[in-house]
Design a protein around this ligand. Structure first.
Ligand code: ZN
Ligand code: ZN
Length: 201
């Protein structure tokens, strides 16, 4: 939560502040990449008092952790997220008028970030901005070679790694045969033998 009391309600008043906060839970893209909970997030904020509330413009800087989608190695990546959000004084809409009955502006409520007793909650704004700034498909580096599709070897560590094209197909077939196991093979030949016996009768 941030306090706007120092800023005051006089339109045009400006306040800049820098603060380092601990990352809230789930700051990122679930299961892909994110800023670990509790790690530092540097915030540079510009608060501007306007008629209907406080306009907050800012930048967040943090370090995100995830996994390369190509080679599956852990990766760490700096994230810089810009955001701007209007926090409105209670009981007024964005034109400064008194709000109508609560059930009339249910849709508007989703867009309006409230100022409560001069305080605003930056967390949802921060979360949206960081998610937008993060890659959906993070890679450890742009030219990451990824893993061998046949055997899973890391091609970054083994740049000369390759399989002969014909050998790859044989290896796949051999792998398939091996996975069936001896018992299943015996069952199959037994079934075939049974069919043969019936046909003979
Ligand atoms: Zn990679
Ligand atoms: Zn391979």
């Amino acid at each position: 939560m941030f306090d706007t009391h120092e800023l005051g309600r006089r339109p045009g008043a400006l306040q800049r502040l820098s603060r380092t906060v601990e990352a809230p839970v789930d700051l990122g893209i679930d299961g892909v990449i994110g800023v670990p909970q509790g790690s530092p997030v540097e915030l540079d904020l510009r608060l501007e008092s306007v008629m209907e509330g406080v306009l907050v413009t800012g930048t967040a800087r943090a370090s995100a952790e995830g996994e390369c989608v190509r080679c599956l190695e852990p990766l760490r990546q700096d994230v810089v997220a810009d955001f701007q959000e209007m926090f409105s004084y209670p009981d007024t809409d964005d034109r400064g008028h008194r709000k109508a009955a609560a059930d009339d502006d249910a849709e508007d409520d989703e867009d309006i970030m409230p100022l409560e007793d001069g305080m605003f909650d930056l967390e949802p704004v921060l979360r949206d901005a960081v998610v937008l700034a993060l890659p959906m498909q993070p890679v450890c580096r742009e030219d990451c070679a990824g893993l061998c599709a046949e055997c899973g070897a890391n091609l970054n560590e083994n740049p000369d790694h390759h399989h002969d094209a014909v050998d790859i197909r044989w290896a796949a077939l051999q792998g398939l045969a091996g996975s069936l196991g001896t018992d299943e093979k015996d069952n199959m030949s037994g079934a075939e033998a049974g069919v043969d016996e019936k046909q003979e009768k």
